[in-house]
Design a protein around this ligand. Structure first.
Ligand SMILES: *Cc1c(COP(=O)(O)O)cnc(C)c1O
Length: 394
């Protein structure tokens, strides 16, 4: 009983600090209007930035993929799980993001979390004296990947190029790997990628870019942060997720062919797991077509309009909207309990907004995390603005 009591004590402590997390059961497809715990809500918390997660063409493509390939892959990629659908998707992705890389190949993963573990462990597998330079606000999967790589890790303060330059200059490692989110997932701002790449080129370092929130939403063609900043280098290692703007699931790494071959040969999170269902890869081919085509461009324009609407409509005094030009629009409250109360009050009004607390963000910086989608209407965003402006004053 003592072991159980110990866990119960720990859970009580979380509760006392307003840190208990709960899951809500969603009965309907991902979209602005959802049925949750028996209630109809307007949701501003999904990462379905282009509104593709329930797109009829993607639903049809997944059904077609299941009819053609079945529902399971049966094995890892290196045994017998690598299907025609996976191969076609990788070729399409390499072609899509290729203009911003050199001699690019792409590799599809079950999740972005695993892709990040694979990149960092894989690049370090060949050199145990490698060194990783990690941005302070990086996603948990990059932090875990750096830990798993079992090499020296230096953390540089948020967007602090001078501190990073000093770390790079002091390093004697032959393999240097700088790793950063492109769009910071809890803040919504962009990393200074052009300056980071210039610094990496000067120090002979790789630049690993996690574009989970940029792929599909940034750049004229939706190719992401590298297109947005017009960057190109053989030393870029690009990770994009296919679960957010692309609306399906999984992720990919695109980089020079030698990097991709290294991951296939060395990266344990790639090698020792069953390949994702081929039907998902099949559906993703349609997703890339949607992102790259006229519909994707129109959806990105709608998203930009909604972001601007929220920015001009909010009239906050005590709370602070963080300066973000992306679909991630955080509102900083600070205290955990006030943030939870605000989230609950919005919920009562039929609005579902994510509440983010430590350890996801630093202590004292709890926030509401509004995420916008091209599937929202201007009227729906106006409803959110009215509710937030009114709530802050109560
Ligand atoms: C969501 C996310 C991931 C993980 O991707 P999944 O496909 O959800 O596993 C990685 N990095 C960042 C910055 C993310 O936001």
């Amino acid at each position: 009983m003592e072991l159980i009591a110990q866990l119960q004590q720990e859970l009580r402590t979380l509760d006392e600090r307003s840190l208990t997390r709960r899951r809500r059961i969603v009965e309907t497809p991902c979209g602005p209007r959802v049925n949750v715990d028996g209630r109809e809500l307007l949701a501003f918390c999904a990462n379905d930035y282009l509104g593709l997660a329930a797109h009829p063409r993607l639903v049809a493509a997944l059904q077609e993929g299941a009819a053609r390939y079945g529902v399971g892959s049966g094995a890892s990629h290196l045994i017998s799980g690598h299907s025609r659908a996976h191969a076609d998707l990788e070729e399409r992705l390499a072609e899509f993001v290729g203009p911003n890389l050199e001699s690019a190949r792409a590799l599809y993963f079950c999740t972005g979390y695993m892709a990040n573990l694979a990149v960092l462990t894989g690049l370090c597998a060949a050199d145990k004296d490698a060194e990783i330079f990690s941005e302070e606000l990086n996603h948990a999967s990059l932090i875990d990947g750096a830990r798993l790589a079992r090499v020296k890790v230096g953390v540089y303060p948020h967007a602090d190029l001078e501190a990073l330059a000093a770390l790079l200059a002091a390093s004697a490692a032959r393999t240097k790997i700088v790793v950063t989110d492109s769009v910071f997932s809890m803040d919504g701002n962009l990393a200074p990628l052009p300056a980071l790449l210039a610094l990496c080129e000067r120090h002979g370092a790789w630049l690993v870019v996690d574009d989970a929130h940029g792929f599909g939403t940034l750049g004229a063609h939706g190719r992401g942060a590298l297109e947005h900043f017009d960057l190109r280098s053989p030393h870029l290692v690009y990770m994009g997720t296919l679960s957010k703007a692309a609306g399906v699931g999984g992720a990919f790494v695109a980089a020079h062919a030698s990097v991709i071959e290294t991951l296939i040969q060395k990266a344990r999170p790639y090698i020792y797991t069953t390949a994702a269902a081929p039907a998902l890869a099949h559906a993703l081919l349609t997703s890339i077509d949607l992102i790259a085509g006229a519909e994707g461009a129109a959806r990105r324009a709608q998203l930009r309009a909604l972001i601007a609407q929220l920015g001009t409509g909010l009239r906050l005094e005590r709370w602070r909207r963080l300066p973000s030009a992306t679909a991630i629009q955080p509102i900083l409250l600070g205290a955990n309990d006030e943030t939870m109360r605000a989230g609950a009050a919005l919920f009562e009004r039929g609005l579902w907004v994510g509440t983010i607390r430590p350890p996801t963000v630093p202590p004292g910086t709890a926030r509401l995390r509004v995420t916008l989608s091209a599937a929202h209407t201007g009227a729906e965003v106006a409803q959110l603005i009215t509710a937030l402006n009114a709530l802050e004053r109560t």
